[in-house]
Design a protein around this ligand. Sequence first.
Ligand code: FES
Ligand code: MG
Length: 575
Amino acid sequence: MTRKKDPLRSTEWFGGHEKGAFIHRSWMKNQGFPPHLFDGRPVIGICNSWSELTPCNGQLRDLAEHVRRGIFEAGGFPVEFPVMSLGESNMRPTAMMFRNLAAIEVEESIRANPIDGVVLLAGCDKTTPALLMGAASCNLPALLVSAGPMLSGSFNGEVLGSGTDVWRLSEEMRAGTISPEQFSAAEAAMSRSPGTCNTMGTASTMACLSEAMGITLPGNAAIPSVDARRRVLAFMSGRRIVEMVHQDLCMSRILTREAFQNAICANAAIGGSTNAVIHLQALAGRVEVPFLLDDWNRIGRNIPTIVDLMPSGRFLMEDFFNAGGMQAVLRRLLDAGRLHGDCLTVNGRTIAENNGAIRVLNDEVIRPMSNPLTEDGGIVVLRGNLAPNGAIMKPSAATASLMTHRGAAVVFEDIDDYHARIDDPDLEVDEASVLVLKNCGPRGYPGMPEVGNMGLPRKLLQKGVTDMVRISDARMSGTAYGTVILHVSPEAAIGGPLALVENGDMISVDASANSIVLEVPDEELARRKANWMPPVPPASGFERMFSDQILQADEGCDFELLKGRRGAAVARDYV
Ligand code: FES
Ligand code: MG
């Protein structure tokens, strides 16, 4: 194969007879690499976010081995390196606090080392965007291999979906319909194999959108983590990245504005996580693609949710895989004329060439466009005096009758205040109230936790109330549901109007008009603003850096100084 790029970047380290080349090669040889591997062949990084503290990524050690085999077979030189892993289920205060930190590590690890191309191994929610963002700023050839979803859970003859059924079961326990013993017995049944959440949570969403953007091989999103076919995909990804280096197929040629538009449409079709809004915004910032929050309204409008997976629907990722997976969804969208079919993907073919002839194998799991789960599945962006820079909601997870609603605010100043008072029998609240939670935004919490789908007051749950309008500057787990308005920007902690809401204020929401209005006169809001005190910033450490740098949700919560494509050039060597 003729190379578009010769010599390769790694030759600057490993080529020639200078002292520096001696040092770079000699130390690598202490691992048993034979001399011919330094002959100028592509050096491929395997960027692995495996960690035992990130259970969802547990399979990546095994998959790395299969990527390595593929790289060797294609004549490349594989070098695996670890990066900070982000386990959604363990990390405090929230894994989101560290997405940008991991992205820094990915970017700098790639740039600083003799790497020509990279295979990104990620799975759990924040690991996928972190690895994509970091690699995108370097803009070398790269592709993603996902950890893949867990097998379906089952308990007492009932299907259990990751996350989604935790919310349901915990509400049932609080309402007294199941015992604490039953509740804890469901734990092992829910997570019965390695892999990411088996619902259409953030991990599955990001895997699906990565496939829709063409930054993975076809089929990557849905193959179960433990299925042998995922090993095959890993092997083939290893083979392919070597060719991508020869072809100089950099990330920016894949992650175009049209690819992001395809991701918006795909997100609507799968009923994807609200977190995708933040992650795609941040990724677009890295590749310098113009991409606005309102693009979600414009481009995703009238795209139905056709994938019947929890939390919006009934099935799980294993069912999705058996129904044809993301390729089948892309086929449906292509047939409906909703995708840019000519977008290039990492295998060198277009989205249309890869997916245009795929068969949908189960019309219940991946429904026809004419019989969707939700007619308009896109993310709705709301604006108004309560959210001048926007807020979002996910119609497929909401109650239709609450999408237009007017009610009195019941305000919680922060998450501690919420926990202290939500089950107070004297809390003045009814099902028409609007629950407002402040100070859970990117800077306020800090890290913007997934608490926006705050549980309902116990006394209303016991009356049988199942949903209420909830508004916050927080995020929501991709596995959660409800009429929940999230990502209010600017957040309360920087003095956004959300900070000024008081108990009893009337709030009206109209999803069809994209509006969210705090019915308080401007003069009164100005009076309240004059009395508002900003929180004291953290004194030092990463938390201080985070607080100084973090952008608001509508800009993807990246760090201001990390936006952009810096490339992979390094000016100096130490030898
Ligand atoms: Fe890791 Fe859901 S908690 S994928
Ligand atoms: Mg999640």
